[in-house]
Design a protein around this ligand. Structure first.
Ligand code: GLA
Length: 391
């Protein structure tokens, strides 16, 4: 059975109860921001390429109240967050800027407060989330974007554009989580639209909505429920290797390079850097092509491209792991499955599988039977980006 996705209203209720118990009185502001699944276009965003994510109905919710205390007080209800689950820090000033520290979960919030364009006089807040932590579905970006929307609501200061908002949240992650991520996660959490996936050109930051409303197909997310520690250290290495390959080819970034350029410079690159660039360049092309294939409802070809993307991530980019490979191989055995791939940064987390709607149950039961770990499943429709909620 697929996991039941909690209603946003029940997350708000749960948070309101905790708010009352911790701070007294009621919160008057509530916001949400979604996690995402990337359908195709992996490790392409920081190469100025294309990505194709959709926002999920799995969300981070923040409720709270503005204060004049000069303090940001936050409690998280996430059972997986590092302790303590409550923090208080002073609002930043030029003489006392915010700095990273423990607990780690609060760094994402601090990073956004530090990069918010308006004055924050203080607030009390409770955070809760249905996005699995560390599952490769962008729990961090959803926390950053929810924080930004929350600050907009309590201060009245709005970002001048949604891009500016996504970029400030990305900067928060770079500076306060020490993760040199691309723009995909914050962008889709900010700009997702119900019923659509989003083709994002990470060079121009232009995006195109692509309707995904055909009831005869489904995207099934399977969480391997493993997370290898490599994910933190390997990501910056991959980024550096891509930049190295681009520089050797005399290009600003791999978006500007072709596979012919790569062959021409092969002897000047290490085998490893060559393979990394081979993935990034081919994945950028594949993503753009795949989206036009999907627009023609050619699910067979689109699925094949998803699987090619997985193989490239596994063999050339080397960011998959045995559990993800096992999930993909198992899914491909099921009649009605068009394609399957790891999604997100890799080294654990989730796969995404395109399957005929009528075959979702057999995909789930086959995976339960074959996968050596304990998987969980989400069957999700493309959902809305961050929003203010009624409370
Ligand atoms: C992580 C990063 C994204 C992107 C993906 C890989 O999720 O936050 O910016 O690079 O990995 O596609």
């Amino acid at each position: 059975m697929a996991s039941k996705i909690p209603e946003v209203s029940s997350l708000v209720c749960e948070a309101q109860l905790a708010f009352k118990a911790t701070y007294g009185g009621n919160a008057d502001t509530a916001v949400s921001a979604p996690g995402r699944v990337n359908i195709i276009g992996e490790h392409t965003d920081y190469n100025d390429g294309f990505v194709f994510p959709m926002a999920l109905p799995l969300v981070t919710v923040i409720i709270g109240r503005k204060t004049q205390s000069g303090l940001c007080r936050i409690q998280t209800l996430s059972e997986f967050a590092d302790k303590p689950l409550q923090v208080a820090f002073k609002t930043p000033s030029s003489s006392a800027p915010l700095t990273r520290g423990a607990p780690n979960w609060a760094n994402y919030i601090k990073g956004v407060v530090a990069n918010f364009p308006g004055d924050v006089s203080g607030f009390d807040a409770v955070v809760t989330s249905s996005v699995p932590l560390g599952g490769g579905l962008s729990s961090s970006a959803s926390l950053e974007v929810a924080t930004y929307t929350f600050l907009e609501s309590i201060t009245g200061t709005k970002a001048t554009s949604l891009r500016e908002k996504a970029l400030a949240c990305q900067k928060a992650e770079h500076e306060f989580a020490n993760m040199p991520c691309g723009i995909m996660d914050q962008f889709i959490s900010t700009m997702g639209k119900r019923g659509n996936a989003l083709l994002i050109d990470c060079r121009s930051l232009e995006s195109t909505l692509v309707p995904l409303t055909d009831p005869s197909i489904a995207f099934v997310i399977t969480n391997s429920n493993v997370r290898h520690t490599l994910s933190g250290t390997e990501y910056p290495t991959r980024r550096r290797q891509c930049q190295e390959a681009a520089t050797v080819m005399g290009k600003k970034c791999l978006r500007d390079a072709t596979l012919q350029d790569l062959e021409k410079h092969r002897s000047s690159l290490s085998e490893e850097v060559y393979k990394r660039a081979q993935h990034a360049i081919s994945e950028i092309q594949r993503t753009e092509e795949a989206v036009s294939v999907l627009r023609n409802s050619d699910y067979t070809l689109f699925g094949k491209m998803m699987t090619e993307s997985h193989n490239s991530l596994k063999d050339d980019y080397e960011v998959s792991c045995s559990e993800l490979d096992e999930l993909v191989a198992g899914a491909l055995e099921v009649p009605g499955v068009f394609g399957s791939r790891m999604t997100g940064g890799g080294f654990g987390g989730c796969t995404v599988t395109l399957v005929k709607q009528e075959c979702v149950d057999s995909l789930i039961s086959h995976t339960l039977e074959k996968y050596s770990g304990k998987p969980t499943f989400y069957v999700c429709l493309p959902s809305e980006g961050t929003q203010q909620l009624a409370i």
